[in-house]
Design a protein around this ligand. Structure first.
Ligand SMILES: [Cu+2]
Length: 287
């Protein structure tokens, strides 16, 4: 048992230097500007995705990654997202947390017809409110979303002051594609987080799975300042923050305690078994 535990942690440390799985999720999407509008393209297609070393899952993915690419947009600056469907089933995209015109809300047969296989749809809206949001399929969602058709939608603020941060990290949870994952990967392929001593590190927690996950960081403290993109009137401190499905929480961690700090879901069966850590386990290295 000890040998298995040690091997997992060693693989996690190797992954910091050389990725031990194929594919990285939630990479920032390129865009182009046209007449003051930020334009993105998203293509939904099936994908074989390596969740953990040698463990492949049948994913559904935007632009060939799980989670889908991070769309970074600006409050008040119009966006267009051209969505193409290369799945063998219909789909749609919902802009979770955004106050869009009704016809852009992406709910099939409520606000639009499904995008059929081979079809496309152009979404346009003006981003707001600011903060950490999400986009995801809103058609056959229980399958499509948990298999990967979801991604971060980060709206840079113009109207509200967010706390300053030296680093800005994503911590995206899912429990529907090859087990329990952070940013599309299970331990030991989960992302390791790093900071220099004294830095202010922002974590954006998003959950597109079906279960709530209490995320616990050892040795340091979360200063939670926003929920679903909305700044809290009274930020609070904690060391275990439960992320319910489709919630977004933003927290600052002041990296004032050096060391390798475990950072994991505290439903223990989501993170550790007799063969060592797996699933929702990571670490924050304060160096
Ligand atoms: Cu969990």
């Amino acid at each position: 048992m000890d040998a298995h535990h040690r091997a997992g942690v060693e693989a996690f440390e190797r992954n910091r230097v050389n990725p031990i799985t194929e594919g990285i999720g939630a990479v920032e999407a390129p865009f182009r500007m046209e007449a003051g509008r930020r334009i993105f393209e998203l293509t939904a297609a099936p994908l074989r995705w390596e969740v953990a070393p040698g463990q492949w899952a049948d994913a559904l993915a935007y632009n060939g990654m799980v989670p889908g690419p991070t769309l970074r947009i600006v409050e008040g600056e119009p966006v267009r997202v051209v969505v193409r469907n290369q799945l063998d089933q219909s789909t749609s995209v919902h802009w979770h947390g955004q106050r869009v015109p009704n016809v852009m809300d992406g709910v099939t047969f409520v606000t639009q017809d499904p995008i059929p296989p081979g079809g496309s749809f152009v979404y346009e809206f003006t981003p707001g409110p600011a903060g950490t949001h999400m986009y995801h399929s809103h058609h056959n969602s229980a399958e499509q979303v948990t298999k990967g058709l979801a991604g971060p939608l980060l709206v840079e603020p113009r109207s509200i002051p967010e706390p300053a941060a030296d680093r800005d990290y994503l911590f995206v949870l899912n429990d529907g594609l090859g087990g329990f994952t952070i940013n599309g990967k299970g331990f030991p392929a989960t992302p390791a987080y790093a900071a220099r001593q004294g830095e202010r590190v922002r974590f954006r927690f998003l959950n597109y799975g079906a279960l709530a996950h209490p995320i616990h960081l050892h040795g340091l403290t979360f200063e939670v300042f926003a929920r679903d993109g909305y700044l809290l009137s009274q930020p609070f401190r904690c060391d275990t923050l439960t992320i319910a499905p489709f919630e977004r929480w933003d927290a600052i961690v002041v990296a004032d305690n050096p060391g390798a700090w475990a950072f994991h879901c505290h439903v223990l069966s989501h993170a550790e078994g007799p063969h060592g850590m797996f699933g929702m386990f990571s670490a924050l290295y304060v160096e």
